[in-house]
Design a protein around this ligand. Structure first.
Ligand code: GLY
Length: 366
C-alpha cells in the first residue's frame, strides 16, 4: 500500500485531505480545542464511528453520535432539523465540531449542519465510500435534497479537514465501489487522461481497494478536484462572463445524471446515473459536431468495463427535460452542459438546439 499522502485545498480557508491506510490517525490534530464533537453517520459505518470515538476520547472531548437514515434519505429537512435539535440539547458552541462519517449523503448533510449551526462551526469529513473520497467530501459543497430537486438547498462551506482512510473501502459493497469509479472515470475523461490509460490497461487492479493502483487513482482524482476547487471554490467562473471553465467541469455528466436521479426518485446510485449522464453529453457533443464517434465509444467502453450503465429507458424525455431545467447549471430557460471537444478538453455548451437534446436522449436509450 502507498504511504499516506496529503493534498491541500485552498478555499475560504486552506485544509488538508489525508489519503492512505490508517490516515484516521490525523483526526485528533483537526479537533484541537473542541470540547464536544458530533459524529453524524449511518448504521453501516458503525465500526468506524467506534474507532473515531476512541480518537476523540483521547482529547477528552464529549462525543455526540447522531445516526441518520441510510442513503439519500439522510439529506432531508426533517433529518437536518433533528441534527440541529441534538446540537441544541447538548449546547454545541462555536469551538465544537461536527464530523460526517460515511458516503456523500452523510458528508453533504453533516457539512450543512456545521455550516448552519451558529452560522458555522468546524466540520471534518471522514468519507468511507470511494465516491465520497474522490468527490463529495472534498470541495465544500454541502446541502440537502428537497421535493424541488437534489442539492438545491445548501451552501459552500469548506471542511477543516478530510480523512480518506483507505481501510474503510475494504468493506464497501462492490456496486458502491464501482459507482464511485464513475467519478474517477469522470476525472479521467475531463482532466487527467492517464486515469483512462490505467482503466483501459487493468480495470481489475484499478477496482481493487487493497491495491496501490486504486490508492493512486484516488490521490490523482482528489488532486484534480483540489486544484479545480482551489481556483474556483464557489463555481463563480460558471456565472461570470469568462473564457475558461471553472469548477463546473466537475459536473460533467451531472445535468442528465441528476435528472435521472430525480426521475428515479433517488433509487439509482449517483455514480450509475452520472455514468449514463456522461454518455449522454458525449452523444450531445458528437451531435453538435464537437466530439468524434471514437471518443463517444471510449466513454461507453470504459464505463461499461466498470460495470456501469451506459443507457437509459426510452419514453421519459419530458420528465428528464423538466428535471434538467431546474438543474443548478441552467440559467433562466437556457440549458448549459459541460461537454468535451476531445478527451481531457472540456468546454461549455450553452442552449443547444432542443432537437439535439432529444437526439442525444435517443442515442442513449436502450
Ligand atoms: N461534485 C461537484 C463539485 O464538487 O463541484
Amino acid at each position: 500500500m502507498l504511504e499516506s499522502v496529503c493534498v491541500r485545498v485552498q478555499a475560504e480557508h486552506d485544509y488538508e485531505v489525508h489519503i492512505g491506510s490508517g490516515s484516521i490517525g490525523h483526526l485528533t490534530s483537526m479537533l484541537t480545542g473542541a470540547s464536544q464533537v458530533a459524529i453524524v453517520y449511518q448504521k453501516p459505518v458503525l465500526q468506524w464511528v467506534e474507532s473515531i470515538t476512541a480518537h476523540v476520547a483521547e482529547l477528552g472531548a464529549n462525543v455526540l453520535p447522531i445516526e441518520v437514515p441510510d442513503g439519500e434519505a439522510a439529506k432531508s429537512v426533517s433529518v437536518l432539523e433533528g441534527c440541529w435539535k441534538r446540537l441544541g440539547e447538548f449546547g454545541f458552541t462555536r469551538s465544537d465540531a461536527v464530523i460526517g462519517v460515511g458516503g456523500g449523503a452523510v458528508t453533504d448533510l453533516a457539512g450543512f449542519v456545521a455550516a448552519t449551526w451558529l452560522r458555522g462551526i468546524r466540520n471534518i469529513n471522514v468519507p468511507t465510500t470511494l465516491l465520497g473520497m474522490v468527490d463529495a467530501a472534498v470541495g465544500g459543497k454541502t446541502g440537502i435534497n428537497t421535493s424541488a430537486g437534489k442539492n438545491l438547498v445548501g451552501s459552500f462551506y469548506s471542511p477543516a479537514g478530510v480523512i480518506c482512510d483507505l481501510d474503510t473501502l475494504a468493506t464497501l459493497p462492490r456496486p458502491d465501489l464501482l459507482a464511485g469509479m464513475a467519478e474517477v472515470a469522470k476525472v479521467g475523461l475531463t482532466s487527467d487522461p492517464t486515469i483512462l490509460t490505467d482503466l483501459q490497461r487493468d480495470v481489475d487492479s484499478c477496482c481493487d481497494p487493497s491495491g496501490d493502483l486504486m490508492a493512486d487513482l484516488i490521490r490523482r482524482a482528489v488532486g484534480v478536484k483540489a486544484d479545480v476547487v482551489s481556483r474556483d471554490f464557489k463555481e463563480a467562473a460558471s456565472s461570470a462572463k469568462r473564457s475558461t471553465l471553472g469548477r463546473e467541469v466537475l459536473n460533467y455528466g451531472h445535468t442528465f445524471g441528476h435528472a435521472i436521479e430525480l426521475v428515479e426518485d433517488y433509487r439509482w446510485r449517483h455514480g450509475a446515473a452520472i455514468s449514463v449522464g456522461m454518455v449522454y453529453v458525449a452523444e450531445l457533443a458528437r451531435l453538435a459536431g464537437l466530439l468524434g464517434a471514437a471518443e463517444v465509444a471510449t466513454h461507453r467502453k470504459i464505463l461499461g468495463s466498470l460495470g456501469l450503465p451506459t443507457s437509459y429507458v426510452p419514453g421519459r424525455w419530458e420528465q428528464l427535460l423538466g428535471a434538467m431545467q431546474i438543474d443548478k447549471k441552467a440559467r433562466g430557460a437556457t440549458l448549459r452542459f459541460v461537454v468535451l471537444t476531445g478527451i481531457g478538453e472540456p468546454v461549455e455548451l450553452t442552449g443547444p438546439d432542443p432537437q439535439l437534446l432529444l437526439a442525444a436522449y435517443d442515442a442513449v436509450t436502450a
